[in-house]
Design a binder for this molecule. Structure first.
Ligand SMILES: [Zn+2]
Length: 139
């Protein structure tokens, strides 16, 4: 599975992660979610209402509005971004939520390892996705 995301979107997410550190930053990712590829076309940065360094939660109104707008624009929900003041791998809390969110992609940025990583749960198993970054996105 390949996750396509523009360099400028990763830059935006890394900046957000550094700004919020040690609180987890979070965002919603929209675009196209397929069997072998996911393409991020929109990043909606959202406040972490928990202000926590180990968990994130998105306000339901913010969540609803972002989904409504994406639906109107013909974009799929691709998944979540959140930062970790820890290694990039999913935490035990993340694993619980990954089970609930089906095919959603989980993009993380570790502010101690200074790297992005992306995961997806399939049939109860966590897979690591290949990140492909481009300066400009194919539509
Ligand atoms: Zn996490």
């Amino acid at each position: 599975m390949i996750l396509h995301i523009a360099n400028q979107q990763l830059t935006l997410l890394e900046k957000e992660a550094r700004k919020k550190h040690p609180v987890e930053a979070c965002a919603l990712l929209f675009g196209k979610l397929g069997e072998k590829e996911a393409v991020v076309k929109r990043v909606a940065v959202t406040p972490n209402v928990l202000e926590s360094a180990v968990r994130f939660e998105i306000d339901s109104k913010v969540f609803y509005d972002a989904f409504t707008k994406a639906n109107k624009d013909g974009l799929d929900f691709v998944g979540f971004f959140h930062s970790h003041p820890a290694p990039a791998e999913p935490s035990s809390v993340d694993l619980q939520f990954m089970r609930l969110w089906g095919d959603a992609v989980w993009l993380t940025f570790s502010s101690i390892e200074h790297r992005f990583a992306a995961f997806q749960m399939r049939n109860g198993e966590v897979r690591t996705l290949t990140l492909r970054t481009e300066g400009k996105l194919k539509e």
